[in-house]
Design a protein around this ligand. Structure first.
Ligand code: ARG
Length: 572
């Protein structure tokens, strides 16, 4: 698409000595519409030209107004600022024609050049409940992966399952003592949690269980068939349950290699660290000193020779490097693990690992609930499934209320889609390092900053198009240069900025940046809708152009929502 900022920069560059890039970086978007669409402060040039900045602004403006390019309406010098006013009709034509021809691909690009980007997310622990914290990494990780994919990167989606560690010894013993096959088949995680909890509650009376568990884990590490078989069974059953949740939420992975997989590669890590002289003994354990990074030492092997969480992560990085030769290796994991990743990355840096700076920990805050908004089924852990079910149930009441003649089946289906979307949006709408507070009234508010609001706006646009029998393939006859009103121009600007927002969201690992753009667009669209009687527009050409604008808005809202895993519905 025509790059208006670049065009502004080129025109300034033609009259000065500054490089285009330097100019481009100085260009601002004025806070108010009447100050122009782009502005260039002339202070920098004042130094180079040894002239007063206001004088420079005035001279460039005079020149540009004399031989103004097609995209430019006029420039104005206001003090040291050079303000640019775009030719709105031209702008509308460029932007809308691009959207109507690119449709689903609008915003996508190939800047990634198919380089490999690993996004690791979700990574729940086998045999443990899938709680609302795991939902955060799952939803955020999927959105980040989708955004990078849209920018032309080749994405490897990894689920680093917590399927290893001493707790599996305990689970094996507990299962042998109290496990119930039928219950496992029916509700795997509930059953595994039950025996695991029981193990801890009887430890006081039967302390010998602790030793038995340690022995069971040792046997598992030695790959004894009986222990491996049980471990495999726990893993398979747990995954069955996780996959049901993933399917419901539209989440997918390319790879489920968990910690156990990397555990086998630890000898290689130890050998490498030893060869580089980085391993030290400390109280029987093997460690890498990280004082130069202001970090605590990283333990590689415990005194009994077993591996830990961090060593498995180091092994995983070596494996990922070898297998995918990655451009970026992104970990979507909560902020409490910041120190862990700093240690892991620092160890690699110390070894001289070439990609040490291409490993990125993308942290996020914690999940809270407004007082009294959630009663838990199990202690204070809130299960994702309960959260989803409640959201869908509440949404169903609203949808049924708003649509008296919708069939029961459609109500159910719409409620499932909208209810899940409301949850996803709540996870993603704010900067990821902030804590989230779930508040039902807020997240299901059809007028608030919510998924239902955005989806409702989309459905509204669709319904206008349907009433007008608008067919998007008739775009050739549309004269978008008629769309020059402030409301129309504002909407078109939002859509022009969408591809930039997508890139920025990727750079900062912040889907919220993309969503903010979509939500601005939706607000502005609703304002336009209230101020303009689109269907009753008398001038036929203007009416058609406005319908084309409505269609473009629906395309951009849909594209943005889909990237964060939300599928808008046609009516609700
Ligand atoms: N399983 C861990 C947990 O639930 C998260 C794993 C994060 N990923 C990693 N490579 N360490 O806390």
């Amino acid at each position: 698409m025509f790059d208006f900022r670049l065009a502004v920069a080129e025109n300034i560059a033609n009259q000065t000595e500054l490089e285009i890039d330097a100019i481009s970086a100085l260009i601002e978007i004025p806070p108010k519409e009447d100050m122009g669409d782009y502005a260039f402060p002339c202070f920098r040039l004042a130094k180079e030209l040894k002239k007063n900045p206001a004088q420079i602004a005035f001279e460039i403006s005079e020149n540009l107004n004399q031989n103004s390019p097609q995209w430019l309406k006029k420039t104005e010098a206001v003090g040291p600022y050079l303000n640019f006013y775009l030719n709105r009709g031209y702008y509308a034509s460029i932007v809308l024609e691009t959207i109507l021809s690119e449709l689903d691909s609008y915003g996508k690009s190939q800047i990634g050049q198919q380089r490999n980007v690993i996004v690791e997310y979700s990574s729940p622990n086998i045999a443990k409940p899938f709680h609302v914290g795991h939902a955060y990494t799952t939803i955020l990780g999927q959105a980040i992966a989708n955004i990078y994919e849209a920018l032309g990167f080749n994405i490897i989606r990894m689920n680093h399952l917590g399927d290893y560690g001493t707790q599996f010894g305990k689970l094996i013993i507990a299962w042998r003592l109290w496990g119930d096959e039928a219950a496992l088949a029916k509700e795997p995680i509930a059953e595994l949690t039950r025996v695991y909890v029981k193990f801890h509650s009887v430890l006081k009376e039967q302390p010998e269980l602790e030793d038995q568990a340690r022995e069971a884990f040792r046997l598992l590490e030695n790959k004894e068939p009986a222990e491996v078989e049980l471990w495999q069974k726990f893993r398979d059953y747990s995954l069955l349950e996780f996959n049901r949740l993933y399917e419901r939420m539209g989440i997918d992975f390319d790879n489920y290699n968990g910690e156990s997989f990397y555990s086998d590669l630890i000898p290689e890590v130890v050998e490498m660290l030893e060869a580089k002289g980085l391993l030290q003994e400390s109280e029987g354990a093997q460690i890498v000193d990280l004082e130069e990074f202001d970090l605590n030492p990283c333990i590689i092997l415990k005194s009994d020779g077993t591996t830990i969480y961090a060593s498995r992560d180091i092994a995983a990085i070596l494996y990922r490097d070898r297998t995918y030769d990655y451009y970026k290796n992104i970990y979507v994991v909560g902020l409490p693990q910041t120190n862990h990743f700093q240690q892991v990355f620092a160890v690699l840096k110390k070894t001289g690992f070439a990609k040490a700076d291409q490993n990125i920990h993308v942290g996020f805050g914690s999940v809270k609930f407004k007082d009294g908004d959630f009663s838990t089924r199990k202690g204070n852990i809130i299960l994702l499934e309960d959260l989803l079910d409640q959201s869908v149930a509440k949404t169903k009441d609203i949808i049924a209320n708003n649509n008296p003649d919708m069939s029961q089946a459609e109500i159910e289906q719409t409620a499932e889609t909208v209810g899940l979307a409301a949850v996803k949006y709540t996870y993603l709408k704010n900067g990821r390092e902030r804590d989230i507070v779930f508040d039902w009234d807020e997240m299901l508010d059809f007028e608030g900053d919510t998924a239902p609001y955005l989806m409702y706006t989309y459905a509204r646009a669709k319904s206008i198009l349907q009433k007008a029998n608008f067919v998007s393939t008739e775009q050739n006859n549309l004269d978008f240069s008629l769309l020059t009103d402030a409301d129309e121009f504002g909407l078109i600007k939002n859509m022009y900025q969408y591809p930039e927002a997508l890139i920025q969201a990727a750079e900062e690992f912040e889907p919220s940046i993309l969503l903010r753009k979509i939500s601005q667009l939706a607000r502005n669209f609703n304002r336009f809708y209230h101020n303009t009687s689109i269907l009753k527009t008398e001038d036929a050409a203007l009416r058609q152009a406005r319908l084309g604008l409505v269609f473009a808005v629906s395309v951009v809202i849909k594209n943005g929502l889909k990237l964060v895993g939300i599928n808008p519905v046609e009516r609700m």
